[in-house]
Design a binder for this molecule. Structure first.
Ligand SMILES: Nc1ncnc2c1ncn2[C@@H]1O[C@H](COP(=O)(O)OP(=O)(O)O)[C@@H](O)[C@H]1O
Ligand SMILES: [Mg+2]
Length: 400
């Protein structure tokens, strides 16, 4: 069983999979998949924790155990639905809920000449106590996958590229796997690539800014813009878009990873919601306040332009890309999907569903596969992706 709640903190994805074949040619059958939405009060607490405001340690500790219980519930539910006794599950791989993530601040080349203490390394924290999951399910659990990669000097993210590599590599076709979750990330697999030729990085916001704006404008009544239909009615505010596309993050070459620390509510507040200076300017020039739908449309455009821009700047120049395989909740936003196609007419678009990886389930499947690898003492990170010094076995084991 693979478990994850992504940066959107919309709920816990649980995938029950059967793995067969040798680890490097693993075959996957998805037996069952479900998403258990967080109860609204829990979601608010998770978002507050991840929002970077000062929080008592007790709250972190409490939520860690509460989420452990909810993650266990999700694992049990996916077993119940497929009528499988939980004790027959070989292992649960739980990503947990990220509440803090920051990649290393010093580039790898420079790190090599420094002691780990000299270069402030990255740090990352996922919660949902694995001991609770193991106890409630009676199944051993591997959790905390990102820490070992960060300890080895890596970004700790993304980790899904190994799954992409195992399942989507092709002898003839250059492939980009694009996941549009809260954050958008890509895995680049050139034709005939070996594991050390895979590139992967976060391109920036996926649904995170869109969701944040919708939540703000509806007083929390709506969680996302279904189908992208609201944004579709707005107009792009070009000067704002141009300014945001010049942000440092977009201009930094990979490896790079990001999260709510960068593109969370603070970012929205600064760039979209509170702009006293520009608002005065507007009054002086007698311009109307920007409408919510225009802001939403601008955020959507920033999202697709940052994705296409990253591919154009850092991926397409490195070699032929023939197909883009898309997954994540963003695939349901028709505006995002249409604009991506328009911005990159030279590649063909597919949904990961066409490759046996349902778009919603891919990340959960990845953590089942990663747990299996860890059990077998096999590395789960790709150093060419995360920037780690070496390939390492990921995760910590709680026996049942
Ligand atoms: N019908 C839909 N229309 C538009 N966006 C959607 C729809 N369904 C899901 N989403 C978006 O997908 C997000 C969840 O995507 P997911 O891949 O689970 O992200 P994460 O991995 O960050 O949890 C939601 O927060 C929402 O923004
Ligand atoms: Mg999710």
């Amino acid at each position: 069983v693979g478990l994850i709640s992504g940066t959107s903190a919309d709920g816990i994805d649980a995938a029950l999979v059967r793995l067969t074949g040798p680890p490097d040619q693993v075959r996957i059958r998805l037996l069952e998949f479900t998403t258990i939405a967080y109860p609204p009060a829990i979601r608010r607490r998770v978002l507050r924790l991840a929002g970077g405001e000062p929080i008592p340690v007790g709250e972190v500790s409490n939520l860690n155990f509460l989420l452990g219980d909810l993650f266990a519930e999700a694992a049990l539910e996916v077993c119940r639905r497929s009528r499988l006794a939980p004790r027959r599950v070989a292992v649960i791989g739980s990503h947990g809920q990220t509440v803090f993530h920051r990649g290393p601040t010093v580039p790898r080349a420079a790190q090599e000449k420094m002691s780990p203490r000299e270069c402030s390394t990255g740090s990352t924290l996922q919660i949902a106590e694995p001991a609770v999951i193991a106890e409630r399910c009676g199944v051993r659990v591997i959790a905390d996958f990102r820490a070992a990669d960060v300890a080895a000097g890596g970004e700790g993210a993304p980790l899904v590229p190994l799954l992409d590599y195992l399942l989507l590599r092709d002898e003839e076709l250059g492939t980009v796997a694009l996941n549009i979750g809260g954050i958008a990330n890509v895995t680049v697999i050139p034709a005939k690539a070996g594991p050390d030729e895979v590139l992967g990085f976060d391109t920036g916001p996926g649904n995170m800014l869109l969701d944040g704006l919708v939540r703000h404008a509806t007083g929390g009544k709506r969680r996302f813009d279904a189908g992208g239909r609201l944004a579709e009615q707005g107009k792009v505010i070009q000067p704002l878009l141009a300014k945001l596309l010049r942000l440092d993050f977009f201009r930094r070459p990979p490896p790079k990873s990001t999260g709510r620390e960068q593109f969370g509510d603070k970012f929205l507040a600064t760039h979209f919601l509170e702009q006293p200076a520009s608002s005065l300017e507007r009054q002086r020039l007698n311009l109307p306040e920007p409408q919510f739908k225009d802001l939403l449309r601008t955020v959507a455009e920033l999202t697709v332009r940052s994705i296409a821009g990253a591919l154009r700047d850092y991926v397409f120049p490195r070699g032929q890309i023939d197909r883009l395989i898309v997954s994540g909740g963003g695939t349901r936003n028709q505006l995002l999907m249409r604009r991506l196609r328009e911005l990159m007419p030279e590649v063909t678009f597919h949904l990961s569903d066409d490759y046996g990886l349902p778009a919603d389930a891919k990340e959960a499947i990845a953590f089942a596969v990663l747990a299996d690898r860890s059990l077998h003492g096999l590395p789960g990170n790709l150093p060419s992706v995360t920037g780690a010094r070496r390939a390492v076995v990921l995760g910590k084991l709680v026996s049942s």
